[in-house]
Design a protein around this ligand. Structure first.
Ligand code: PLP
Length: 484
């Protein structure tokens, strides 16, 4: 493909993309395929001779689309949203064209520089404490995790906390080796925390304990303190807490104003995982839920979930850059990465804020999105989706056959049919088979619960009403059946 053909095909592709998104409602939201469906549709070997672009593009509808779950359909209510907007997609195209690596400042100055400033913009939008903002006299700053997922940010925070804890223990007990200290370290997280948190402790090689939650599926100070006292009495060394703001099952909020001071007093690292809910903190009415972040050592959320920035873009801030850079400080900088601006701010070290070496130009998406929507446009998006969740909540509450299972604070409604778990399980089975709307379940206090998350940017009131009509129709049919 030469430049002339690229111009033509590129314009066609943009048309295809725009048509896909404009007409997405007409596709069943959930694919009707069985595992392994694709293998029989394409050859068993890569082609030896180049093929025609026309043949490739024809196969998109034949091979690819049948296996797509349409996350941007307004009938998609599963998991949490993954963001999508036209400005972010355009920025991604440009990122592909620039196509460079940004591991050191010198390898691509703009990648490091725009990222630092965008993380400051975003940090200020969230009214993060000043010590997290790089362009101040503080010692902190933000980074787009290369992964670029909340999981990786959690892992980095575990590694940084572990490194710091070992140094602290060794400072007061000079003879102790790392191998002696490690088995005594304990990390904590909520029993409602995302599975990636436990995974971070497995990779980090540290014990992690789950803290039981209260009636709102949140961790409070009392229970946490009790566990710490017991563990310390048993000779263990508590060193890390991952608190969640907006848990994945029910969007619960750990009480960080209680947990933060405990962590600070015990010299423990507090990381906050706000993967989904973090975006909402740009709205003043939701910002109080972030109070207590001033006690945290690190904070992370995913603009790729709810801030109109296409996957992937996960942003992380640390109070002290040296803590996170310290994880990799022992590895000496190879000669080919040294350059004459080594000491410029903390920026040339962004490569040491993360596990992989290469870094993409992700901040370009944020820059396009922030400028094209403005803070007001982004706030309007959050508010609209929360209002839609409230609208769905009132439909559920008005129907005596159903119950709401957790307080609706943001864009997620947890609900079920009153009665046995089997009834709600059957309802979900029928919903999934119908492929008209798509949602996933969770367990709350032993109950089988449906999660209705407002996801697509284009979801409107009429879609919510339609989804509810569909759910009540299926419910009616189930309740008509002989054994109910
Ligand atoms: C979605 C989610 C995650 C995982 O995010 P990734 O970016 O996919 O790793 C972690 N924690 C919470 C609370 C989440 O909702």
């Amino acid at each position: 493909m030469d430049a002339a053909e690229f111009r033509r095909r590129g314009k066609e592709m943009v048309d295809y993309m725009a048509n896909y998104l404009a007409n997405i409602e007409q596709r069943p939201v959930y694919p009707d395929v069985k595992p392994g469906y694709l293998r029989s549709l394409i050859p068993t070997e890569a082609p030896l001779e180049p093929e025609n672009y026309e043949d490739v593009i024809k196969d998109v509808e034949r091979v690819i689309m049948p296996g797509v779950t349409h996350w941007h359909s307004p009938y998609f209510y599963a998991y949490f949203p993954t963001a999508s907007s036209y400005p972010a997609m355009l920025a991604d195209m440009l990122c592909g064209a620039i196509g460079g690596m940004g591991f050191t400042w010198a390898s691509n100055p703009v990648i490091t520089e725009l990222e630092i400033v965008m993380l400051d913009w975003l940090g200020k939008m969230l009214k993060l404490p000043e010590h997290f903002i790089a362009g101040t006299h503080g010692q902190g700053g933000g980074v787009i995790q290369v992964g670029s997922t909340a999981s990786e940010a959690t892992l980095m925070s575990v590694l940084a906390a572990r490194c710091k804890a070992i140094q602290q223990v060794q400072a007061s007990n000079p003879g102790q080796s790392e191998a002696e200290i490690l088995p005594k370290l304990v990390a904590y997280t909520s029993e409602q925390a995302h599975s990636s948190v436990e995974r971070a402790s497995l990779i980090g090689g540290v014990l992690m304990k789950k803290v039981p939650t209260d009636d709102n599926y949140a961790v409070g100070g009392g229970m946490f303190k009790k566990m710490l006292e017991e563990d310390k009495a048993a000779g263990l060394i508590p060193f890390y807490l991952c608190a969640t703001l907006g848990t994945t099952p029910s969007c619960g909020f750990d009480h960080i104003t209680e947990l933060g001071p405990i962590c600070n007093k015990e010299n423990m690292w507090m990381h906050i995982d706000a993967a989904y809910a973090g975006s909402a903190f740009i709205c003043p009415e939701f910002r109080p839920l972030l109070n207590g972040v001033e006690f945290a050592d690190s904070f992370n959320f995913n603009p790729h979930k709810w801030l109109l920035t296409n996957f992937d873009c996960s942003t992380m801030w640390v109070k002290k850059r040296d803590d996170i850079i310290g994880v990799f400080k022992h590895s000496d900088q190879p000669f080919y990465l040294k350059h004459e601006h080594q000491d410029y701010n903390h920026s040339s070290l962004l490569q040491n804020w993360q596990i992989p070496h290469g870094r993409r130009f992700r901040s370009l998406k944020l820059w396009f999105v922030f400028r094209m929507y403005g803070i007001q446009g982004l706030q309007a998006h959050i508010r609209k989706q929360v209002a839609l969740a409230k609208e769905f909540e009132s439909l559920v509450r008005a129907d005596k056959r159903f119950e709401i299972c957790a307080e609706v604070i943001m864009g997620l409604v947890c609900f079920r049919l009153k009665g046995s778990n089997q009834l709600t399980e059957l309802l979900l089975k029928r919903i999934t088979e119908s492929r008209e709307i798509h949602l996933v379940p969770c367990h709350l206090s032993g109950r089988f619960v449906l999660r209705f998350a407002i996801c697509a940017r284009t979801t409107d009131s009429r879609h919510i009403q339609q989804a509810w009509r569909h759910i009540t129709q299926l419910t009616f049919e189930i309740l008509q059946e002989p054994n109910h």
